[in-house]
Design a binder for this molecule. Structure first.
Ligand code: GLT
Ligand code: MN
Ligand code: MN
Length: 400
């Protein structure tokens, strides 16, 4: 065996330590994921919600999110529910953890095998509405101000089974009912819709963040409703996550974000943040840090099935550390003179051409139609994106 090389002391940087102002959150179902998959049972102990709160505090997280039944079993009595909630609240206060977001599990109960709000059976739709209204009450009690809607099983395997327009109407009716319910009760809650293209159903309705944004414009209280884009879900559809974030932000609808990673179109991997496409993670962190997003940075991911509880902590710490390291890189990019010089060159505008581009007017149209525009010069100009991208790559590799 070769002698072990001498290890350099690990650099300790306070800037990579998570702090409350970073607003890092995890769902009970993320660090609590025991490693069950379609091919095998759990490999880790099932942690109690109060134990998960302690674990999150230990790794330095700020918030914990939950589905109703991550905390309260489906058919618990009122008394039992109140006791569980009281114990959970105590753990939150003991460990200084907040609940920024809550959601409903509308996919595990076999009753939801055909979806919830879009199920063909009116009894299922009524139960879904009742379960969600109760879960919103739970979220309000725990202090959540964002309520996530992930469709779960809102979709089909066979198009013969559902009318897709009726399904959308039913989904809309449910959201209109729930926004009115919150207004009526005076709850300070806004909704964030989360898209996913497929899994567990063959095709899910409203499969991308862009589709959700179009749908939101048809809702009664659309000011209360935004999106919760998830990295893995956009990538499953082969789409750019940064573009989804940008469209949501531009529409004033980026209410929440689910950070994780995914290696291309395949099943939903929910990998540790930045563990697969580090460069993609960099551009998305840069976007979030620079666009003025002030919401939680929620890691909707779970540890590999190979891990024990110590590995789950490594996973959670890794998500936050990678985020902070990439946020530092994004700052460095703003300070890098060569990169900024190239960006200034790319962004420079020809004043005569820019003058042709203002808002429409009759005179402006005449000027534009008469202008001599040198398309050959445009085509001949090299844009230097190769050099720019290489500089960014070297910055990420620690060479700049
Ligand atoms: C489930 C799903 C996630 C959603 C969660 C909220 S549950 O784990 O895969 O993407 O965000 O319902
Ligand atoms: Mn996912
Ligand atoms: Mn998610």
């Amino acid at each position: 065996m070769l002698p072990a090389p001498e290890m350099a002391a690990k650099p300790k940087s306070a800037a990579l330590e998570p702090r409350p102002e970073h607003k890092f959150s995890f769902g009970l179902w993320t660090v609590g994921n025991p490693g069950r998959d379609p091919f095998g049972p759990p490999v880790r102990p099932i942690l109690k919600p109060t134990e998960i709160v302690a674990l999150l505090a230990e790794v330095g997280a700020w918030g914990v999110n939950l589905h109703d039944e991550d905390l309260v079993p489906r058919d618990a009595s009122g008394k039992k529910r109140d006791a569980i909630v009281a114990e959970f609240k105590q753990a939150l206060s003991d460990h200084g953890i907040v609940v920024p977001m809550a959601t409903t599990n509308l996919f595990s109960d076999p009753a939801f095998k055909d979806g919830a709000f879009t199920a063909n059976d009116a009894r299922v739709r009524a139960y879904a509405l009742q379960k969600t209204a109760r879960a919103i009450e739970l979220g309000v009690e725990l202090g959540a101000t964002t309520y996530v809607f992930w469709g779960g099983r809102e979709g089909v395997e066979s198009e013969a089974s559902k009318d897709p327009v009726l399904a959308l109407r039913r989904f809309r009716d449910a959201l209109n009912w729930l926004t009115s319910f919150c207004r009526d009760r005076g709850y300070r809650m806004h909704f964030a819709l989360e898209a996913k293209p497929n899994e567990p159903r063959g095709d899910l309705y409203l499969p991308t963040t862009g589709a959700m944004l179009g749908f939101i414009a048809t809702l009664e209280h659309q000011e209360m409703v935004g999106v919760n884009p998830e990295v893995a879900h956009e990538r499953m559809a082969g789409l750019s996550f940064v573009h989804a974030l940008a469209q949501a932000h531009d529409a004033g609808k980026l209410f929440h974000v689910d950070l994780n990673d995914q290696a291309g179109p395949r099943y939903d991997q929910d990998l540790r943040f930045g563990s697969s496409d580090l460069k993609g993670a960099f551009f998305l962190v840069r976007f979030l840090e620079e666009c003025g997003y002030e919401g939680p940075r929620h890691f909707d991911a779970h540890a590999y099935r190979t891990e024990d509880v110590a590995g789950v902590k490594d996973f959670a710490r890794g998500c936050m550390r990678t985020y902070l390291a990439l946020a530092q890189k994004s700052k460095r990019m703003r300070q890098d003179q060569e990169i900024q010089g190239l960006l200034a060159e790319i962004g420079a505008q020809d004043p005569a051409a820019a003058a042709l581009l203002g808002p429409y007017s009759k005179d402006g149209a005449k000027r534009l139609l008469a202008a001599k525009l040198d398309r050959e010069a445009c085509a001949a100009r090299g844009l230097r994106y190769e050099q720019l991208d290489q500089l960014v790559t070297e910055l990420l590799l620690g060479l700049r």
